[in-house]
Design a protein around this ligand. Structure first.
Ligand SMILES: Cc1cc2nc3c(=O)[nH]c(=O)nc-3n(C[C@H](O)[C@H](O)[C@H](O)COP(=O)(O)OP(=O)(O)OC[C@H]3O[C@@H](n4cnc5c(N)ncnc54)[C@H](O)[C@@H]3O)c2cc1C
Length: 516
């Protein structure tokens, strides 16, 4: 019986180094010995080099790897992210926007504020009325103070960062502190046993690299899972239509320009533009459906977006990235697991790709099969878990589109066609017309987007649920009033003490955050 002790990762993008760090950190903390983690990366095949928005989970991921938050902030051009602002998604008009913040509505566990917000006819948006984060973002405020220790928050937060610097930073930490064996070479062949397992990888300069478990982090190439294990790619381009990205790095006009505390996603005629503010530059890109808009027009829309914000936007280098929404039919086959873009791709509307990498690597190491005999059982469970998770992310991304009232391009109209949605999403939308979305709709422990996320998007997009008098008692009305008041007080309190994103980052460069 072969024990599983040698793990070989191919690929040195965010997926490879995050997986290496998550797995090696856990193995290092364990009392068991004899494990090795090897990462092979090519220095001739480029990484995709984008992927700059994260989830709050990245804080615990980095902390568990033993990384100093201050060092991460200093070395990876990091800024704080407190959610996403979706502009022009509903009507397409100039003043049309809503937020998906990173905090739960006030008292969410005990009380559902949606019926009370809806009954109030307040001019405030749902997110403004139930949490402070929309206001903090609109004011450009950071989510913590210089006295708040590393990884702790005043308001929940994630990060924006430079993807290239992040991979280099993780590489250094993994090699120097977590004993990851790093090989810079091209994998040129895959050797398999009669059962179809990978026995070793042939490299151009380092000979054969043997392993017990192989992790494919080779990006869109999917060298092991796709090319060698022939696991099919399941496209979902009939649900999510965007298939091209144009990415640009945009300099600030002034060194001390404000840094947005949130990702800005602005809908276009057949896609959307992301805008991520880092301390030294912005990362901006247009993801669009080439079936609905030509490349020239998509480029012009990007230039139009940047005009007035930057001199000569047409002089900036544009990186064109073809994309296809979908994922592998299996993520773990034989003794090979695909993590990152090799496992699949969904448009970065909710920055779910890095999250998927974090939770995939975590599950691999948490459930690491002790020997080959039990590996297929773990693989089956892993595949069920991630098939469910990918399907739920697809539904949640689709939700942003199918509620739109835009008619300016068939792109939006086709998105509302029920035949482009999963049956589950259609059913939920029907149900939510008559009852408010709640945790009861998201019972699985594997849920990635909770009911609160659905509430922010649904009601941000103008969805209405028929009032059900059964849902509101006098007691719940009183408690909701208290929650709304509490929110006003907390928003005021936080607004008084928090500094701007840039001011806090500058203090961190100077003094560092207190370690815990
Ligand atoms: C337009 C766009 C925007 C995105 N925005 C976000 C976002 O905001 N948030 C988010 O979470 N995600 C985002 N993503 C996804 C994110 O970029 C990826 O999930 C992340 O970068 C991981 O990529 P990767 O490591 O899988 O692949 P890559 O970065 O492409 O790395 C592949 C690695 O494999 C190596 N390799 C390939 N072949 C071989 C070989 N034969 N031998 C040795 N090594 C090899 C390459 O050298 C490279 O190191 C975005 C993606 C795109 C396309």
């Amino acid at each position: 019986m072969t024990n599983i002790s040698h793990i070989v990762i191919v690929g040195g993008g965010s997926a490879g180094w995050l997986s290496a760090g998550i797995i090696a950190a856990k193995l290092k903390q364990s009392v068991a010995s004899g494990f090795t983690v090897t990462l092979i990366e090519s220095n001739t095949i480029a990484s995709v080099g984008v992927g700059e928005g994260t989830w709050p989970t990245m804080r615990s991921t980095l902390k568990n790897m033993g990384i100093s938050e201050t060092e991460f902030i200093k070395q990876c051009d990091v800024s704080f992210k407190q959610g996403a602002k979706f502009a022009r998604w509903r009507t397409g008009k100039q003043d049309d926007y809503y937020y998906h913040p990173l905090v739960l509505p006030q008292g969410f566990e005990q009380l559902d504020l949606v019926p009370h917000w809806q009954a109030s006819d307040s001019p405030l948006s749902f997110s403004e009325m139930v949490c402070p984060q929309e206001s903090l973002c609109e004011q450009g405020l950071a989510p913590k103070l210089i006295t708040t220790p590393e990884y702790r928050a005043v308001a929940n937060y994630a990060y924006h960062m430079d993807a290239g610097k992040f991979a280099t930073f993780l590489q250094q930490h993994c090699v120097e502190n977590l004993d990851v064996h790093h090989i810079v070479d091209d994998v040129v062949g895959v050797n398999k046993t009669d059962s179809g397992d990978i026995s070793s990888l042939a490299t151009a300069k380092h000979g054969q690299i043997k392993g017990d478990l192989f992790i494919d982090c080779t990006g869109f190439k999917a060298l092991l899972i796709g090319e060698h294990l022939n696991v099919p790619f399941v496209s979902c381009n009939e649900t999510l239509f965007v298939d091209q990205a144009l990415a640009i790095q945009v300099p600030y006009q002034q060194e001390n320009s404000a840094i947005a505390s949130h990702t800005i996603s602005t809908a276009q005629s057949a896609g959307w533009i992301w805008d991520i503010g880092l301390p030294t530059r912005r990362g901006v890109g247009h993801v669009y459906s080439s079936r609905h808009v030509g490349e020239d027009h998509a480029y012009q829309q990007l230039m139009q977006y940047l005009s007035g914000q930057v001199d000569k936007p047409e002089s900036l280098d544009v990186k064109k990235i073809p994309i296809e929404a979908g994922h592998r039919a299996q993520f773990w086959k034989n003794n090979c697991v695909a993590i990152g873009l090799s496992a699949g791709f969904l448009e970065p509307l909710e920055a779910s790709a890095l999250l998927l990498i974090e939770i995939s690597a975590q599950m691999v190491v948490d459930q690491l099969p002790t020997n080959r005999q039990v590996m297929d059982i773990v693989a089956k469970r892993y595949n069920e878990t991630f098939t469910y998770r990918w399907a739920r992310i697809i539904d949640f991304l689709k939700l942003h589109y199918c509620l739109s009232e835009r008619t300016d391009n068939p792109f939006w109209i086709e998105h509302r066609d029920p035949s482009t949605m999963s049956e589950r999403l259609q059913e939920q939308l029907m149900l939510w017309k008559h009852q408010f979305p709640s945790d009861a709709d998201f019972e699985s422990a594997l849920e990635i987007f909770p009911a609160a996320s659905y509430q922010y998007v649904l009601y941000g997009m103008g969805f209405r649920t028929h009032q059900n008098p059964l849902g509101r008692s006098q007691q719940s009305i009183d408690r909701a009033q208290m929650a709304f008041k509490k929110n006003i007080a907390e928003t005021q309190q936080m607004s008084n003490v928090l500094q701007s994103n840039r001011d806090l980052l500058e203090k961190i460069y100077k003094y560092g955050l207190q370690t815990i």
